[in-house]
Design a binder for this molecule. Structure first.
Ligand SMILES: [Zn+2]
Length: 232
């Protein structure tokens, strides 16, 4: 499926990490699906001002993510970087692409495995086993370095993702519907700039997304190694 693609943008979503034992937030079997109160809380507009509530929601998830290991799909994408110019854009906060060895990685929604200060500009830092505690610089509470509902995406990260889409010849989305911004805008930008666009997803998109030229249905951990390494 790579064909003659030289510059590739891959966008990944929750579907790629299911085989690593991590549930998506929403949809069937999702973390929030059987807990509507937690889902409401996760979207509360004042959540960013209350680090203790952020920890209550995402602290247990950090402990799950620490246990998870990359699966064959994460590993195939890391190997792709050795052969092609790849920009890997992920909506996931589970750190599994880094663990698999991907380096040219843009984490649109941050990472649960890092912490940052809820008040000052202390740079985010690796903190996979960290719990709620005060910032060493200013004493306010630290929080996981993830983008909450309603918060702005990190500017440099999202700008780099769009730039990569303007300049790629293949755009591949994996385990994400591509229907929600900014993913929906990334695929549109890539297609408008002449890239071939393809989707690897467990189920067909409903409604269909006209910005994908091709759709490969199945499990990412089975399809990706085959599609990226099968016929070269
Ligand atoms: Zn601080």
């Amino acid at each position: 499926m790579l064909g003659s693609a030289r510059r590739i943008v891959v966008l990944t979503g929750a579907g790629i990490s299911v085989a690593s034992g991590l549930r998506p937030f929403r949809g069937p079997g999702g973390v929030w699906t059987d807990n509507p109160e937690a889902e409401r809380e996760s979207a509360a507009p004042d959540l960013p001002q209350h680090p203790e509530r952020i920890w209550k929601l995402f602290g247990p998830m950090r402990r799950e993510v620490v246990q998870a290991r990359p699966n064959a799909a994460h590993l195939a994408l890391a190997r792709l970087e050795e052969r092609s110019e790849v920009t890997l854009v992920t909506q996931n906060v589970d750190g599994l692409h880094l663990a698999a060895g991907s380096r040219n990685l843009l984490e649109l929604h941050g990472s649960l495995l890092r912490s940052r200060c809820s008040a000052c500009e202390l740079p985010a830092f690796e903190d996979p086993h960290g719990e709620m505690r005060p910032c060493p610089a200013c004493g306010a509470l630290l929080r996981p370095d993830i983008v909450l509902f309603g918060e702005e995406l990190p500017y440099l990260v999202s700008r780099a993702a769009f730039r990569a889409c303007w300049d790629c010849d293949l755009f591949l989305a994996v385990g994400t519907s591509g229907n929600v911004a900014p993913a929906s805008r990334l695929v549109r930008e890539a297609q408008a700039n002449g890239a071939r666009t393809a989707l690897v997803n467990l189920e067909p998109l409903e409604p269909p997304n006209p910005f994908f030229d091709q759709e490969f249905l199945g499990r990412a951990e089975e399809l990706l190694p085959r599609l990226l390494e099968g016929a070269r």
